[in-house]
Design a protein around this ligand. Structure first.
Ligand SMILES: NC(=O)c1ccc[n+]([C@@H]2O[C@H](COP(=O)([O-])OP(=O)(O)OC[C@H]3O[C@@H](n4cnc5c(N)ncnc54)[C@H](O)[C@@H]3O)[C@@H](O)[C@H]2O)c1
Length: 282
């Protein structure tokens, strides 16, 4: 595998493009408009510069890595890649439309991967004529730092596709962990109920946000408490994933806490909106 295409130059897409290019792969980064590509490339440059400032890479290395990333606003350029990683917005209709288009544009042997946090890989595979080559590559944020890639097998994903994606993850200095396609995969199925329970504890007045996070940090050795983590992920994202779990399993244990629903209704989405369980407006 030599050339990978990343679609979506946002938080995850630019991190994936950065990491792939830093591993020596040729990358084409695609977004709908140049302004989003500019923003993504600016983030990559700033993140690489931190490495230069710390003496981990040279200014020459930085230029070389950036030089391996081609930019495009045309999805037709996805045809050039050995593998495509989709990292656009978390929306089933948008992702299905894109997978249908990719199935038309790319050679039949190209692997189509999605970085989705919660959408069924089996469903995305089903809109293509190559469900055996459709797979989930769930990178963690921030991509250049986090070593896990949760690799999700849809019902039809072949062993060969899994093997090639596992090799790619290794090449990108990541560890692939294999999981099957069920709502929330493993990461969010375990994480979101914990976050939701922490919100219930706050809602019921068991303890303050600081105390709940303090217990989990000091007592369980978590680097971040669940409420702080929810603020970082985005409360709207947490609520959307809980709804996927609730709908997918039909079990009351995934019922989102009313406090979470209320905060999302208020536009208190966590760090990105300035206010969540903590206040970031200062
Ligand atoms: N942010 C996280 O922590 C995180 C972690 C793991 C997985 N994910 C998943 O990764 C995906 C991307 O998330 P993000 O946080 O990077 O989003 P983001 O909003 O930062 O970036 C999405 C980018 O996709 C572009 N885009 C939208 N539609 C497009 C299309 N049809 N073609 C090309 N580009 C298009 C947008 O212009 C934007 O630049 C989502 O599926 C999300 O669930 C996010």
């Amino acid at each position: 595998m030599q050339h990978i295409v990343v679609i979506g130059a946002g938080t995850m897409g630019n991190g994936i493009a950065h990491t792939a290019a830093a591993s020596g792969l040729e990358v084409t980064l695609i977004d709908v408009a140049q302004e989003f590509l500019d923003r993504g490339m600016k983030a990559i440059s700033a993140n690489l510069q931190r490495g230069v400032d710390k003496g981990k890479i040279s200014a020459g290395d930085k230029a070389e890595i950036i030089g391996r990333i081609r930019q495009s606003t045309s999805v037709a350029d996805a045809a050039a890649g050995d593998l495509v990683i989709e990292a656009i917005l978390e929306n089933l209709a948008a992702k299905s439309a894109l997978f249908r288009q990719l199935d038309e544009i790319t050679p039949p042997e190209t692997i189509l991967a999605s970085n989705t946090s919660s959408i069924s890989i089996t469903r995305l595979g089903a809109v293509t004529r190559r469900p055996d080559k459709v797979i989930g590559m769930h990178f963690m944020n921030p991509v250049p730092v986090m070593t896990l890639v949760e690799v999700i097998r849809g019902i039809a994903t072949s062993d060969e596709t899994y093997g090639r994606v596992e090799d790619l993850a290794k090449r990108m200095s990541k560890t692939a962990i294999e999981v099957n396609d069920y709502p929330g995969f493993v990461s969010n199925r375990v994480l979101m109920p914990m976050i939701n329970e922490a919100i219930f504890a706050l809602y019921e007045g068991v303890a303050t946000a600081e105390s709940i996070d303090g217990v989990m940090k000091l007592g369980m050795n978590h680097p971040m408490g669940p409420l702080q983590l929810a603020d970082f992920i985005g409360l709207d994202v947490c609520l959307a994933i809980l709804r996927v779990l609730q709908e997918g399993f039909g079990e009351p244990k995934y019922r989102p806490c009313p406090l979470l629903v209320k905060m999302v209704d208020a536009g208190w989405l966590g760090k990105k909106s300035g206010r969540g369980f903590y206040d970031y407006r200062k």
